[in-house]
Write a protein that binds this ligand. Structure first.
Ligand SMILES: Nc1ncnc2c1ncn2[C@@H]1O[C@H](COP(=O)(O)OP(=O)(O)OP(=O)(O)O)[C@@H](O)[C@H]1O
Length: 245
C-alpha cells in the first residue's frame, strides 16, 4: 500500500485510468496524469465537466455520495511515501483528508467561535490541545493573513466575520491540519475583487510549501496563479498547458 521513495519523488499526484461514475454516468475519465509537487495546478472548464469530482478524488471525498463509484489508481506522494490512496482502508481516510485538505467554494464555517473552528479539527485530527493547539491556531491564522483581524475577537462567532474573512478562516483551518496537498474549489467565487486579490496573493505565498489543485472559472486568475493549467470538457482533460517553469 505504501512504498518509501528512492527516486522520482517529484510528483505530488499520479493518476492512472481514473474514472468516477455517478449512477453509471462517467463524470471523470483521466487515463494518465502527473502533477508536480509544490506547484499550483489550475483546473478549468465548463460547468458540469467534472472539475469538482476530479478534485474530490484526491482525498476520496466522492465516496461520501451514494451511487458514486471510482476505479483506477491515484498515487500521492505524502511525506516520503508514495501512497495508492484507493487501497487505503476506511480507517485511514481521516488521516488522508488531513494531509489532503479541501477548501470549498462557499465558506463552510462551523457554528461557534472563530477559535472553536480551529480547535475542534485540531483536537479531532491531530489530538492537539492546550498550548500546542493555541500556537498552531495562531500560526495558521497568521499564514492565512487573518490573525490581525481576529486576535481581539477570537471567541466571537465565526459567522460574525465577513465572507472574505470566513474564507480565510476556512483556509486557516485547512492549513492547521498540516496538509501537504490543498484542494481549492473556486475558493474566491463568492468574494469581491479586493478580497479575491488578497487570497490570490496568499496562495502565491504558499506556493512551494504546498501542492495546490485549484478549480477556477476565471482566466485572469488562471493566468495569475497557474503553474500548470488543465482544461476539462465532458469528463476528460482535453488540454494541459505549462504556464510557468
Ligand atoms: N454528489 C453528486 N451526485 C450525483 N451526481 C453528481 C454529484 N456531484 C457531481 N455530480 C455530477 O457529476 C457531473 C460533474 O459535476 P462536477 O460538480 O464535478 O462538475 P464541475 O465541472 O465542477 O461543475 P461546476 O463548474 O458547475 O461546479 C455533473 O453531471 C454532476 O451532476
Amino acid at each position: 500500500m505504501t512504498e518509501t521513495l528512492q527516486q522520482d519523488s517529484s510528483y505530488a499526484a499520479r493518476l492512472e485510468n481514473l474514472k468516477v461514475d455517478f449512477s453509471g454516468t462517467t463524470v471523470v475519465d483521466v487515463p494518465e496524469l502527473n502533477m508536480e509537487q509544490g506547484l499550483i495546478h489550475v483546473v478549468s472548464g465548463p460547468s458540469g465537466s467534472g472539475k469538482t469530482s476530479l478534485l474530490r478524488s484526491f482525498n476520496r471525498l466522492n465516496e461520501c455520495f451514494p451511487h458514486c463509484r471510482t476505479s483506477g489508481r491515484i498515487h500521492l506522494t505524502l511525506g516520503n511515501q508514495r501512497i495508492d490512496i484507493q487501497s487505503l482502508p476506511d480507517t485511514r481516510l481521516a488521516a488522508l483528508r488531513q494531509k489532503v485538505a479541501m477548501v470549498f467554494q462557499s465558506p463552510n464555517v462551523l457554528p461557534g467561535s472563530i477559535a472553536h473552528n480551529l480547535k475542534l479539527p485540531l483536537k479531532v485530527t491531530r489530538n492537539l490541545k492546550g498550548a500546542e493547539a493555541e500556537s498552531t491556531i495562531r500560526k495558521s491564522l497568521q499564514q492565512a493573513k487573518l490573525w490581525d483581524d481576529v486576535r481581539e475577537r477570537i471567541n466571537h462567532p465565526a459567522s460574525s466575520l465577513s465572507g472574505g474573512q470566513q474564507q480565510r478562516l476556512c483556509l486557516a483551518r485547512a492549513l492547521a491540519l498540516d496538509p501537504e496537498i490543498l484542494l481549492l474549489d473556486e475558493p474566491t467565487a463568492s468574494l469581491d475583487p479586493d478580497v479575491t486579490g488578497q487570497i490570490e496573493n496568499l496562495l502565491l505565498e504558499l506556493r512551494g510549501r504546498y501542492t495546490m489543485i485549484l478549480v477556477s472559472h476565471s482566466r485572469r486568475q488562471t493566468a495569475r496563479l497557474a503553474d500548470t493549467h488543465y482544461r476539462c470538457e465532458n469528463a476528460k482533460i482535453v488540454e494541459i498547458q505549462r504556464l510557468r517553469s
